[in-house]
Design a binder for this molecule. Structure first.
Ligand SMILES: [Zn+2]
Length: 593
């Protein structure tokens, strides 16, 4: 199916908003439409009543949906333009301008949400059946009822966040994406971006792995006072608002409500991850043996087992990813292909570009945008498969409303991680060199460590950090706490050197989206369990999986998964994901015997 030769390049955002010679005119037609829609909704305010007829309610909902769609389009353009070049002043100015227009629109339309949340259950039961695909969106708003403040207070919070906590996070992103790293490679001192530097974490040469981490945390360490201070403000803002003003029982429970996952389920997930951490420790002990060293250093945990460095040309990587998706479901492969065919993938390596990788599904039916810095390593191929999986998920849910097509956080990693596993399976089948096969499998287990245990431990750290900051602490004390967290994670299996105390100030998620990271552990363990079902059920599993994806965010995670026979409240379910992983580790051990 892949006749085209794909080359690395920059994306085009023209399908979202067309560029203009006058930066101040960009997006003006959508801004006008937004103003119109917001005014329309304002004129309907007097219609809102518990006794309103369902037909009028549907009319109001259509305007709410239109506003949601315009807000997503404009907000996404600001984010994506900024991500492709974080130092582009026009992009920054557009983003800033749009953010304040969107905050104003949000404030002017807030009355709808507040009215809906304030209704009695009997009134919402009358109106909900008319809401069609928007019912889960409306039910989700109702979840916030006990934690919602008065309209003037909500407005002030929105306005003050813009130049408060959100501005702090922007400053954090600007500071850290401007970092350059100096590293000597083959006698030459290179100036590298973070993503270029971190390709050396997987270098076969131990001294380069060490040098890369030392430089990474040297730079973050030098900036740790400022970065740590930003973090303390972000955390205090979170606590003051979520716990202090809104009345959540803990900082974490606010995130859990947003994810529509009960607190108890998240506690079970984190406990099971903590309980199984010795599975990774045993794996790291074995890995030390395969690498011919006594004990792994933290620098070595992602080291490749074979020293032959295989480079994957971009076009070959794309072709492999398409084939692996196609073998599972041609529908998924066709969706992934759209991202490339429509020029929505930004894969080149550039200074100033946002350092990570992500997929942004903006609106139903519009092909998502994917950003990654492709360096030709095996890891980069997996990253592209992962992000294209996200895009496929969004396209599978294209029939839903702009307000429900986006899957909720706990299910957000389902298609992405599944694509990675399909890629691995495909690569294992077509690779004849046993050393490379072993390396691939080990890389997957390394990746699973990074997604499951590492992310769960980030959240365990955040839980502690939020408590420490509430009680009053210093950046140095937080770094000390972070080292203790790493020592629990690695036990005596891995040597953790001192500079890793600064790792926490290098994790964007704990700044931008507190407690986000357990969604990775959730997603990866879930997918391991789903993959097991695929192996057991074969073809019969495919439509079930596509069904899960096609729900997008139109039902709660529990409901969607219950349909596939999964109960996320059971520790045994999560343990099942670890059992699959143990199987892979055993296979790796036998391959190495
Ligand atoms: Zn992802």
């Amino acid at each position: 199916m892949n006749e085209r030769v794909y080359e690395q390049g920059r994306w085009s955002l023209a399908d979202l908003i067309s560029a203009s010679d006058q930066p101040e005119n960009i997006g003006s037609e959508y801004l006008d439409q937004l103003e119109q829609a917001v005014s329309d909704l304002e004129t309907k305010r007097s219609m809102l009543s518990p006794e309103m007829n369902p037909g009028d309610f549907v009319t109001v909902l259509a305007i709410v949906e239109r506003i949601g769609s315009l807000v997503r389009r404009l907000g996404a353009y600001g984010q994506l333009w900024f991500a492709e070049d974080t130092h582009n002043q026009n992009a920054l100015s557009f983003r800033g301008r749009v953010e304040s227009i969107l905050a104003d629109a949000h404030n002017r339309t807030l009355f709808f949400e507040l009215w809906w949340k304030g209704l009695d259950d009997s009134a919402t039961e009358q109106l909900l059946p008319a809401s069609g695909d928007l019912s889960y969106y409306l039910l989700s708003l109702r979840r916030y009822k006990p934690y919602t403040l008065s309209e003037p207070v909500e407005k002030v919070i929105n306005l003050k966040d813009l130049n408060g906590v959100e501005a702090l996070v922007t400053l954090y992103e600007m500071l850290t994406s401007g970092f350059t790293f100096k590293m000597e490679v083959n006698g030459e001192v290179k100036s590298l971006t973070r993503s270029e530097l971190m390709t050396y974490a997987r270098d076969p040469r131990p001294e380069l792995r060490e040098r890369a981490y030392k430089e990474l945390y040297h730079v973050y360490g030098e900036n740790s006072t400022v970065l740590g201070q930003i973090y303390q403000h972000v955390v205090r803002d979170w606590a003051d608002e979520q716990v202090g003003l809104r009345g959540f029982s803990s900082p974490l429970s606010s995130r859990n409500l947003r994810n529509d996952v009960p607190n108890a389920v998240v506690d079970v997930l984190l406990d099971v991850c903590r309980y199984n951490v010795d599975m990774f420790q045993d794996y790291f002990r074995m890995k030390a043996g395969w690498l011919g060293i006594k004990r792994l250093r933290r620098y070595d945990i992602y080291a490749p087992l074979s020293s032959s460095e295989k480079a994957y040309p971009f076009n070959e990587a794309i072709s492999t990813i398409f084939s692996s998706l196609n073998a599972f479901s041609p529908t998924l492969a066709a969706h992934a292909k759209r991202v490339l065919d429509e020029g929505h993938l930004d894969s080149e390596v550039r200074a100033g570009k946002y350092g990570g990788a992500f997929c942004y599904g903006v609106l139903p039916g519009i092909t998502p945008w994917v950003l990654t810095s492709y360096n030709g390593k095996g890891e980069d191929v997996s990253t592209v498969a992962h992000e294209l999986g996200h895009a496929v998920h969004a396209l599978m849910a294209a029939d839903h409303s702009p307000l429900t097509f986006h899957s909720s956080l706990p299910l957000a990693e389902t298609a992405s991680v599944f694509s990675e596993i399909l890629l691995l399976e495909h690569q294992l089948e077509s690779e004849s060199d046993p050393a490379l096969r072993r390396d691939m499998l080990a890389r997957f287990v390394d990746g699973t460590y990074a997604t499951v245990a590492r992310q769960a431990y980030f959240v365990l750290f955040e839980r502690e950090a939020h408590a420490l900051i509430k009680a009053g602490t210093t950046t140095d004390a937080l770094s000390e706490r972070y080292l203790a967290n790493l020592n629990e994670q690695f036990g005596d299996a891995v040597d953790v050197s001192d500079e890793f105390r600064y790792e926490w100030v290098s994790i964007p998620h704990i700044y931008g989206t507190p407690f986000y990271c357990y969604a990775y552990s959730f997603g990866q363990l879930l997918v391991l369990a789903l993959y097991k079902r695929y192996k057991e059920e074969g073809e019969a599993f495919v439509p079930k999986f596509l069904k899960i994806l096609s729900y997008g965010g139109s039902k709660s995670p529990q409901e969607i998964l219950a349909e596939a026979g999964i109960d996320i409240a059971l520790p045994a379910f999560w343990q099942g994901g670890f059992d699959v992983l143990q199987g892979m580790i055993d296979e790796l051990a036998s391959l190495s015997a």
